[in-house]
Design a protein around this ligand. Structure first.
Ligand SMILES: [Zn+2]
Length: 200
């Protein structure tokens, strides 16, 4: 999955971290994912003996940039990160996503679009995709939207003090493709998603 657009090398993207192949301990992992992502957690190494890792789920796994305000959009994630020992944070998007479909097709669910597109974290992805991939359509657009949304929310995630400094949890950016049950991980060195494993 080559990205035809590359985000700024000087921006938060340069702090993206990934360690391929490192085994995760589900009991020490926090998964940030979409509300409708049917993820095979056991096969992804995110569940052990039927007990899944801790999860924060929301439409399009939106991450509000970190804020010093004690209440706000980032509070739930801040609490999730600070309440238990976390060694790895996985942000995992998926290709067949209801929330991204809403963002891609304004006319399809107007009320939901109005709501979702007002959330700054969602608008960031929407504007980036409109700006850079205006000529794509169909499955190619869906795929690129899912990739860019993972990376946009990853940039937001890396503004959290617990994750932006050294010595904190490792951060992984994944994409699950339901079409062939494949799992992809973002490689910051190559600026692309590389296939990790076929989960069937
Ligand atoms: Zn989804």
């Amino acid at each position: 999955m080559q990205r035809s657009h590359s985000t700024s090398a000087q921006g938060p993207a340069s702090t993206r971290r990934r360690r391929a192949g490192a085994a995760l301990d589900p009991q020490r992992t926090l998964l940030i994912s979409c509300f409708d992502a049917a993820l095979p957690l056991e096969r992804m190494g995110l569940s052990a003996r039927g007990i899944p890792c801790a999860q924060v789920r929301s439409p399009a796994h939106l991450v509000a940039p970190w804020s010093e305000a004690t209440t706000g959009e980032s509070t739930a994630l801040q609490l999730s990160l600070s309440m238990r020992e976390t060694h790895d944070v996985v942000i995992c998007g998926h290709v067949r996503c209801t929330a991204l479909e809403v963002l891609l097709d304004e006319a399809r669910a107007q009320q939901a679009f109005q709501l979702l597109s007002q959330v700054p974290a969602a608008r960031a992805t929407l504007e980036l995709v409109r700006r850079n991939y205006g000529r794509l359509g169909g499955d190619a657009l869906r795929e690129v939207m899912a990739q860019e949304n993972v990376l946009t929310q990853l940039d937001h995630l890396l503004t959290y003090p617990l994750l932006s400094g050294g010595g904190g949890p490792r951060v992984h950016a994944w994409l699950y493709d339901e079409r062939d049950m494949s799992l992809w991980a973002y490689d910051s060195g190559d600026s692309q998603f590389a296939k990790q494993v076929q989960l069937r």
